[in-house]
Design a protein around this ligand. Structure first.
Ligand code: GDP
Ligand code: IMO
Ligand code: MG
Length: 428
């Protein structure tokens, strides 16, 4: 079973890093296809904890070739910081390959991200401030800088000039900031050229050839379905396609090559940044989930907003992505709750919606309609088989499965690599 896509079903931080790591030893390639260093994946291996942002989580598994696809936006300074950090901890990073078509995040993208947010005031998105949106905007506006431009100094200079021309007017006249010099950017980027040369390649061809040899490739999405620029809660989204379609355009591999679509979904819901969130809790249960689940952002350290499981969102993710298997994570966090509410539909100004409403105004007004399921008090972190779970935990999982549109094939019962219950082989 050679090609699988792994994506987030909710608003991110579902535990995608852990799920990728879990499959690690069976994979030949792990490909990041969207986003950049806005992602934050925590992987716990024994006593060691790793926080990855730009690099695919597969980099931690010996033997795996990690790939940064064309759909990713790369901040080269961050790339080398992260690589050096891993090397210092003994991780072999020499296999990393980066698409020649991936776009770059530069200093002016980071600056524009921050000033734009400030100007939006109370309408701000709550971005990670990493320059993600402005870098994708340049890509779509056809004034972006790509990896391959670094290897032709004349072209690089021309492109940076083109990109800065308008931006300096914006920065100086609208945002009251200093102008950025072309040389400053060109010199910054050229400093990395020699180290980048052996990594940068035609990754679409590389992956195509790997699949022809029947090697196993996992496409690991950053962010998640509800943060997707097309299918998420626009404008409170990231600027890339975080759904399974993004794996196609963001890697250059055709849709008929994909065998499985694995969606990671938390047993409750969290969100970082602004935007609608129907099941959000503002009471002590919200604090309970934050504390038990350690819900603080891996990238910005911000406290995550928390709420109950939202079945219409899981069904939506199932449809949009063509999910074949869910990995349900953080079930252990719900231990100790007497009755666990799950949103089964919404009430929008008196009208019942069984599915996510297409109108954002309706979604902003959506009040969850809850069903409650009996909880459990036993510690479940030692469970490895479904039968090891208390009866109420088993029925909670079965209820979620019935409501969520695809089967649940694995259940996370703790952050550690082996803290997982497997029901169906994710790659079989
Ligand atoms: P990602 O962005 O989807 O990779 O997820 P993050 O790493 O940002 O957030 C998920 C957090 O939950 C990390 O701290 C993981 O170590 C942790 N985690 C993953 N699966 C489980 C689980 O089943 N139980 C518990 N308690 N923690 C988990
Ligand atoms: P992982 O991969 C959670 C959110 C930001 C903000 C919005 C836009 O760890 O699940 P951006 O900087 O991308 O322009 O910000 O998207 N966001 C995430 N939230 N997990 C992430 O990644 C996120 N990446 C971006 O908080 O609301
Ligand atoms: Mg994360």
């Amino acid at each position: 079973m050679p090609a699988a896509v792994l994506i987030g079903a909710q608003w991110g931080d579902e535990g995608k890093g852990k799920a990728t790591d879990l499959l690690g030893s069976r994979l030949d390639y792990v490909v990041k296809f969207n986003g950049g260093n806005n992602a934050g994946h925590t992987v716990v291996i024994g006593d060691e904890k790793y926080a990855l942002h730009l690099l695919p989580s597969g980099i931690l598994t010996p033997g795996v070739t990690p790939v940064i696809g064309n759909g990713v936006v790369v901040d080269v300074e961050v790339l080398f910081e992260e690589l050096e950090g891993l090397e210092a901890r003994g991780v072999d990073v020499s296999k990393l390959r980066v698409s020649a078509n991936a776009h770059l995040i530069t200093q002016y993208h980071r600056t524009l991200d921050k000033v734009t947010e400030r100007f939006l005031g109370k309408r701000q998105i709550g971005t990670t401030g990493r320059g993600i949106g402005p870098a994708y905007a340049d890509k779509i506006n056809r004034v972006g800088i790509r990896m391959q431009d670094l290897f032709d100094e004349n072209i690089l200079r021309q492109k940076v000039e083109g990109a800065l021309d308008q931006k300096n007017h914006l920065l100086v006249k609208i945002y009251n900031r200093r102008a950025i010099a072309v040389d400053e950017i060109v010199d910054e980027l050229l400093a990395y050229v020699d180290r980048l040369r052996p990594m940068v390649t035609d990754t679409a061809l590389l992956l195509h050839q790997a699949l022809e040899r029947d090697e196993t490739v996992l496409f690991e999405g950053g962010q998640a379905t509800m943060l997707d620029v097309d299918h998420g809660t626009y404008p409170f989204v990231t600027s890339s396609n975080a759904t399974s379609g993004g794996a196609i355009t963001g890697s250059g591999i055709a849709p008929n090559k994909i065998d499985r679509v694995i969606a990671v979904v938390k047993a409750y819901t969290t969100r970082v940044g602004a935007g609608p969130f129907p099941t959000e809790l503002f009471d002590e249960w919200g604090d309970f989930l934050t504390e038990q689940g350690h819900e603080f952002g891996t990238t910005t350290g911000r406290k995550r907003r928390t709420g109950w499981y939202d079945a219409p969102i899981a069904r939506y993710a199932s449809r949009i992505n063509g999910v074949t298997d869910f990995v349900l994570t953080k079930l252990d966090v719900l231990t100790g709750i007497d009755r666990i509410p799950v949103a089964v539909a919404y009430d929008v100004d008196g009208e019942r919606f069984d599915e996510v409403p297409v109108s954002q105004s309706d979604f902003h007004h959506a009040k969850p309609i809850y069903e409650e399921f009996p909880g459990w008090t036993e510690d479940i972190s030692g469970a490895r088989e479904f039968a090891d779970l208390p009866a109420n935990a088993q029925s909670y999982v079965r209820e979620l499965e019935a409501m969520s549109g695809s089967r649940i094939s694995a259940i996370g019962v703790g952050p550690g690599r082996d803290e997982i219950v497997t029901l169906h082989d994710l790659l079989g």
